[in-house]
Design a binder for this molecule. Structure first.
Ligand SMILES: Cc1cc2nc3c(=O)[nH]c(=O)nc-3n(C[C@H](O)[C@H](O)[C@H](O)COP(=O)(O)OP(=O)(O)OC[C@H]3O[C@@H](n4cnc5c(N)ncnc54)[C@H](O)[C@@H]3O)c2cc1C
Length: 426
């Protein structure tokens, strides 16, 4: 049986490995097709390559020989058509690939809106999602004195940090009143904002780009903001979110059902026969409308594994894990687990901050007093311990007594709770 996977990101590769774990080479031929890179790489580490802290090869989590050992064939090419009636794919180079079971693990694309002046841009506008984006960022950096980055999410701050690292002066425009509102409360966001500004970044909240300006050659030369300010720049990073990479699938011979992503059930089956989908490109039907769109690494990984098992014939049922993310804002460590923002009425929030230091903790409990979320800033915490406490429905007082057990290591120092100041959150 021929298993074909489009996309060699974390969802695609996890699926390939899961299939191979269940079915030997005599039972399953596995082909992974990608138009981006020859080998799977860690997208979350792109910024470290941009900052020259890692070689591109270091971004690859597996040794290259692993694919040969597991007899997984890697094909570099772009799929442009899917014909489910013929169980066949067409690639951009005109070749065709027949499949018995197919996985769409085609990821997400940068979101874009028709900014005024966009049509005039020939050069200087970058995103920061793909390996080709990294190439373009690197190509432009040497000729960039000032850059503007638009969009207050994780990818935006990573781009800001990378540019700053190379000595580029950066203006960071964030439309929202605070940074990364999907995960940070206002209080943490203020600490993060201060930290970003301390790195010399011109961070402007509640200010957005209204027009892109270009020079005679079509290179970005500046942006105008909604407050009427004009900011000269030679590079413009647009990081206003990502969306499922499904536009191309709408035009294929037999498109699957698509909403905000390819629609799948809890076993990652699409509406097409013998076609599954997983990772950033899907919307999972979890019994409510709209379905679940996650676009985060650990979910894509889990999707891929379960989709692979399902393709190999196992019964699987996806239940989304607790929300979890761990990142750094420049040097500031941040771990978030569970529900911390937009919590239901009746929830209690404990927020405390270390005076004079960029360290804070937010612990949220539901109306029964059971802890449901943690936002830990400025010090490393082991998310597995925090997750376990949520699963165990520990109460706030218990969690406070045991908090240091979740501190990851002593590298960053213990946080003396006695020195932290509590703030009441309505
Ligand atoms: C800069 C950055 C930082 C991030 N940081 C975090 C983080 O800290 N925490 C977190 O949880 N998440 C983070 N994410 C998100 C995370 O990386 C993604 O959720 C995850 O990589 C999605 O994996 P995937 O396998 O679904 O898709 P992808 O990794 O996007 O892989 C899809 C692949 O399919 C290929 N493809 C698409 N269409 C075709 C086609 N027609 N033919 C052939 N190939 C095709 C694409 O080129 C791509 O290689 C970050 C993302 C970025 C960009």
């Amino acid at each position: 049986m021929h298993f074909v996977i489009i996309g060699n990101g974390v969802a695609g590769i996890e699926a390939a490995f899961a299939i191979r774990d269940r079915l030997g080479p005599g039972e399953a031929k596995i082909t992974v097709i990608s138009d981006e890179t020859d080998y799977f790489f860690s997208r979350t580490a792109l910024m470290y390559a941009y900052m020259d802290k890692l070689d591109r090869r270091d971004l690859e989590p597996y040794e290259r020989k692993v694919y040969a050992q597991k007899q997984i064939e890697l094909v570099r090419g772009r799929v442009v058509d899917l014909d489910a009636a013929e169980a066949s794919l067409r690639l951009q180079d005109g070749s065709t690939v027949a499949y018995d079971r197919l996985l769409l693990a085609v990821g997400a694309k940068p979101r874009m809106v028709p900014f005024a002046g966009l049509d005039e841009v020939e050069e200087g506008l970058v995103h920061f999602v793909s390996m080709q984006d990294l190439d373009e960022c690197e190509r432009l950096t040497w000729s960039t004195e000032r850059a503007v980055v638009v969009g207050g999410g994780l990818i935006g701050v990573e781009l800001v940090e990378s540019l700053t690292h190379h000595g580029v002066e950066v203006t960071f425009l964030v439309r929202e009143p605070w940074f990364w509102p999907a995960a940070l409360g206002k209080e943490e966001a203020e600490i993060v904002a201060e930290h970003i500004r301390e790195h010399g970044v011109d961070l402007r909240m509640e200010e957005e780009m209204s027009e892109i300006q270009v020079d005679d050659a079509g290179r970005v030369s500046g942006v105008r903001t909604n407050l009427g300010d004009e900011i000269p720049c030679q590079m413009l990073g647009v990081a206003i979110g990502v969306q499922a990479n499904v536009e191309w699938l709408q035009g294929v011979s037999t498109p699957p059902a698509i909403n905000r992503g390819v629609m799948v059930d809890r076993s990652f089956r699409t509406t097409l026969p013998n076609v599954w989908a997983a990772g950033d490109c899907v919307e999972v039907d979890v019994g409510r409308r709209p379905g679940l769109v996650e676009t985060i690494w650990y979910s894509a990984k889990r999707h891929g594994k379960l989709a692979g098992l399902s393709m190999a014939g196992e019964r699987v049922e996806y239940h989304p894990p607790l929300f979890y993310n761990s990142t750094k804002f420049f040097e500031l460590e941040f771990t978030t687990v569970g529900d911390c923002v937009d919590v239901a009425d009746g929830a209690t929030t404990l927020f405390r901050k270390m005076p004079g230091k960029p360290i804070s903790q937010r612990i949220v409990a539901n109306e029964r007093g059971e802890v449901i979320g943690f936002n830990m800033l400025g010090s490393r915490f082991d998310h597995r311990v925090l997750e376990q406490w949520i699963h165990d429905r520990r109460d706030l007082a218990w969690v406070q007594r045991h908090l240091q057990e979740a501190q990851f290591d002593v590298e960053f120092g213990r946080v003396p709770l006695s020195k932290m100041v509590e703030k009441e959150i309505a």
